[in-house]
Design a protein around this ligand. Structure first.
Ligand code: ADP
Ligand code: MG
Length: 453
């Protein structure tokens, strides 16, 4: 029988403190609930009951925990995260057999424990999507099917989708859930086509209880996977299985989406998420600071929320920046720290590797030798109409703005105008070598200016 050395709670407290000091970015408030089980054959086992949390730790925090355990104990320990099923309760003895009952589907699920309904702040911009998601979780296939959530980048679509998965798993762990990005779906599909495993692919997707696909707008253009998705959708839908989709545009506004899919997507509930209002932004900052275990005074939340109104990802980025600044200066977070940390930080797309719309516009203006005022004007002369459409096409391809947002940027144009532009340039690139060359040159100029680091 292997020797099991009990680890004291004290060791765990020290590990927590070490992580908070050295790796604050991974720390979550629920780390308090992780229980040390003991050391067996040089491996420290930590009990994490919730599978999604356990997978998160295993996936992203193993190195940091190992480093902490070694630093605290002075021994060359390995760390592993175990579930209840790995432990014989009577002896608290570690069982080294692989986790039981992890189905093929659970293994595929990559969910973030941060994205639950508990941490989701409801406001006017997301009330409908939230209510619908709750209803769907409680009544799979019976409330709204499909549930289609759309809206701009960083507004909580992925969060809502994953919250449904986690809620369902919590109440009925045996539910077969397929959660994946549209790209993964297409890649898996192409992989199976190549290796002649279409039967497996079909069996796998068509036997799910719930299929959740994030960023379905990427389905456009990939005709073969559209076709396959259509059949998957129909099979699941007809057998009353739940389908949930997210997208950066409403079904009608996704370029190159086949009409039959547009109508399928519209037949359940289409819920749009909008930017959060000031009060919601403050509440989100509070929720986020609790989650990552930091104390943020009210005036600092108010300050950040007033400065950043673009999207929630930016809001979180600002909070992280303020925390980093406070830690580096070894002081508690306060208003002065927040001001210093965010000084000169222009809201939106500050840290992104994506080109900004402004970079795209600059490149287009230079290439066509036209004036900015003409580009932004309502003039329809072909000397400006084509460059404007190219701008919209490029913005759609290279930024994560929605059609509405791009339209808004080009002098308050309707999203259908943007959609038309995107389609027009898409077709003309195939037919007209001049247009195709122009687009490539412009693309080359701003892609070079903005190397991905
Ligand atoms: P999207 O998928 O729409 O681009 P995400 O779901 O990735 O956006 O959200 C971006 C970040 O903002 C995530 O960290 C998410 O947890 C957070 N977030 C979004 N909406 C909310 C909300 N209503 N309450 C709390 N956090 C939110
Ligand atoms: Mg997303």
């Amino acid at each position: 029988m292997k020797k099991l050395i009990q680890t004291s709670g004290e060791t765990k407290v020290q590990i927590d403190a070490y992580l908070r000091k050295n790796h604050p970015e991974i720390c979550r408030h629920w780390f308090d609930e992780i229980e040390p089980v003991g050391v067996d054959s040089g491996t420290l086992s930590l009990l994490v009951r919730e599978p999604v949390r356990r997978q998160y730790l295993q996936r992203t925090c193993l190195t940091q925990f190992t480093e902490a355990a070694q630093a605290i104990t002075g021994r060359l320990l390995a760390v592993r995260f175990v579930g209840d099923e790995n432990i014989d309760e009577s002896k608290r003895k570690i069982n080294s057999s692989p986790t039981s009952e992890t189905t093929e589907f659970e293994e595929q699920l990559t969910l973030s424990p941060d994205y639950t309904f508990e941490t989701f702040v409801v406001g006017p911009g997301n009330r409908l999507a939230h209510a619908a998601a709750i209803a769907v979780s409680a009544n799979l296939g019976g409330a709204y099917n499909p549930l289609f959530v759309h809206g701009g980048v960083g507004l909580g679509k992925t969060h809502v989708l994953q919250a449904v998965c986690q809620m369902v798993l919590k109440h009925k762990p045996s539910t077969r859930i397929g959660y994946l990005s549209c790209q993964s779906f297409s890649e898996m599909f192409m992989g199976c086509v190549k290796s002649g495993r279409m039967q497996d692919f079909r069996h796998r997707f068509r036997s799910l209880d719930i299929l959740v696909i994030d960023d379905i707008h990427f389905l456009s253009k990939r005709e073969q996977s559209q076709e396959e998705f259509f059949h998957t959708f129909n099979t699941l839908y007809q057998s009353g299985k739940q389908i949930i989709l997210s997208s950066d545009a409403s079904p009608n506004d996704i370029p190159d989406l086949e009409e039959r899919l547009v109508s399928r997507f519209n037949c359940g509930l289409v819920a749009r998420v909008d930017r959060p209002c000031y009060e919601t932004r403050v509440a989100i900052l509070k929720s986020k600071s609790t989650l990552i275990n930091i104390v943020v005074p009210d005036d600092v939340c108010a300050y950040i929320a007033a400065r950043i109104d673009s999207n929630i990802r930016e809001l979180e980025g600002a909070l992280t920046k303020v925390r980093g600044y406070a830690m580096a200066s070894n002081v508690a977070i306060n208003l002065d720290v927040a001001k210093a940390a965010l000084a000169g930080d222009r809201a939106s797309s500050s840290r992104s590797n994506l080109p900004t719309i402004q970079m795209i516009i600059d490149a287009v203006i230079v290439y066509y030798d036209i004036k900015l005022s003409d580009l932004m004007s309502k003039r329809r002369h072909k000397s400006v109409a084509l460059p404007r459409q190219v701008c919209m096409w490029l913005a759609r391809k290279h930024t994560r703005y929605s059609l509405e947002e791009i339209g808004g940027y080009f002098g308050g144009r309707d999203h259908t105008t943007v959609l038309h532009a995107v389609r027009t340039i898409g077709n003309r690139r195939d037919e007209d070598p001049d247009v195709s060359r122009a687009v490539d040159r412009i693309e080359g100029s701003f892609v070079r200016e903005n190397p991905v680091d």
